[in-house]
Design a protein around this ligand. Structure first.
Ligand code: NAD
Length: 354
């Protein structure tokens, strides 16, 4: 049977960018003579409005049945009341748990057509090709939380198992690349980081002796990402450090709107989404860059469906369209009028069909 792709558009610009990514997948399905099956589900604020839950049972069921899930983004001012019992972001956390995904792959590669959109000089950007592997299930985002009128606490916890499996994923992926891993921590201050560092040292010494490991403190890594980004190959880190460093790294590629991601676990099924949020400031204005979501669809083809050639065709089509001058406002060249979300999506499909 044709592969089933769960489609969760979410909130804000989510539906606009997901529409363009699904349309690209439809082109690929037609070209293969075996269209993919798509089934939509509710998540985030849209799901709260419709059902009271950010991750309703029907969506959980879809995520379990699907071969892969494509997600837009969740959240927005409408649901951001700090006193609210159910928040859209809870839907993401529940979905990741339900799908058993624990490693978030975030490729950051620069492209000459986008050098002008980055605040860094072109000579710093040339040849940058980084894969960030971010741990997704542990750390301070998931630890015990407490709040009184005068104090607040967020506990950062990691288990050996959580750390080891993501380090192994990074080592395995490094073998498909340049065999270099930078493990990012804050071992001079945090006990979770000291555990992380000792496990990284041990696992790479015993299981990945052919992969070069370096330990980098997170504050230094934030600097090196801008001063020597080309030196990094695979960068593996815990949940919050990875969240922050990838937003920073996105500026190497020109825009947050360009970056895709894949959340993977033990099997082939994965969750694919752009790294950006729901961008309420531009929602509904046909201004969102759909490339991060379309490139996430390419990752979906490669990792969950084993369609590497089709994935590459989508990736090439994205840059053919951009080189052809189809640029949303976030990556527009000075003095040139930007194009809209739908127009960039259409140009990418034209390149894909060519
Ligand atoms: P954001 O990523 O939504 O936006 C940050 C800035 O980048 C904004 O100026 C936005 O206009 C711009 N931007 C983002 N994506 C873009 C795109 N595709 N094209 C062009 N410009 C783009 O982050 P935020 O404003 O801090 O958060 C907005 C909401 O999104 C919040 O509710 C937050 O909780 C949520 N959020 C969700 C996810 C997710 O669903 N995975 C991730 C991050 C934030």
């Amino acid at each position: 049977m044709a592969a089933l792709i769960g489609v969760l558009a979410g909130d804000g610009i989510g539906p606009e960018v997901v529409r363009e990514a699904v349309a690209c997948l439809e082109v690929v399905g037609q070209q293969r003579g075996e269209p993919f099956r798509f089934e939509t589900g509710l998540i985030g604020g849209a799901a709260i409005d419709a059902t009271g839950s950010a991750f309703p049972p029907a969506t959980a069921d879809l995520c379990r049945r699907a071969d892969a899930v494509l997600l837009g983004a969740v959240g927005g001012p409408k649901w951001s009341d700090p006193e609210a019992k159910v928040r859209p972001e809870l839907g993401l956390l529940e979905m990741r748990a339900a799908m058993g995904v624990y490693a978030n792959l975030r490729p950051v590669a620069t492209h000459p057509a986008l050098y002008a959109a980055s605040p860094l000089r072109p000579e710093r950007l040339e040849g940058v090709d980084i894969l960030v592997v971010r741990e997704l299930t542990g750390g301070i985002y998931f630890g015990r939380k407490e709040r009184t009128a005068d104090s607040a606490t967020d506990v950062c916890t990691y288990t050996r198992e959580e750390i080891e499996r993501v380090l192994r994923m990074a080592g395995t992926l490094a073998r498909q690349r340049r065999r270099k891993v930078a493990s990012i921590d804050k071992a001079n201050v945090l006990d979770t980081s000291r555990l992380w560092r000792s496990l990284a040292t041990e696992i790479f010494r015993t299981e990945f002796p052919d992969v070069a490991l370096e330990h980098v403190l997170v504050d230094a890594a934030a600097m090196h990402l801008l001063s020597r980004p080309r030196d990094f190959d695979v960068l593996v880190t815990e949940n919050m450090f990875g969240d922050i460093l990838t937003d920073e790294a996105s500026m190497l590629t020109g825009s947050l709107g360009m970056l895709p991601s894949a959340a993977l676990g033990a099997g082939r099924r994965g969750l694919y989404e752009p790294i950006h949020g729901s961008a309420p400031d531009i929602a509904g204005l046909d201004r969102a860059n759909p490339c991060g979501t379309i490139l996430s669809a390419a990752m979906l083809l490669r990792h969950s469906l084993g369609l590497a050639a089709e994935a590459e065709r989508i990736e090439r089509a994205v840059f053919t369209a951009i080189e052809g001058g189809h640029r949303t406002a976030d990556i527009a060249l000075p003095g040139q009028p930007p194009c809209g979300t739908a127009a960039l999506g259409a140009a990418i499909r034209t390149a894909l069909a060519a």
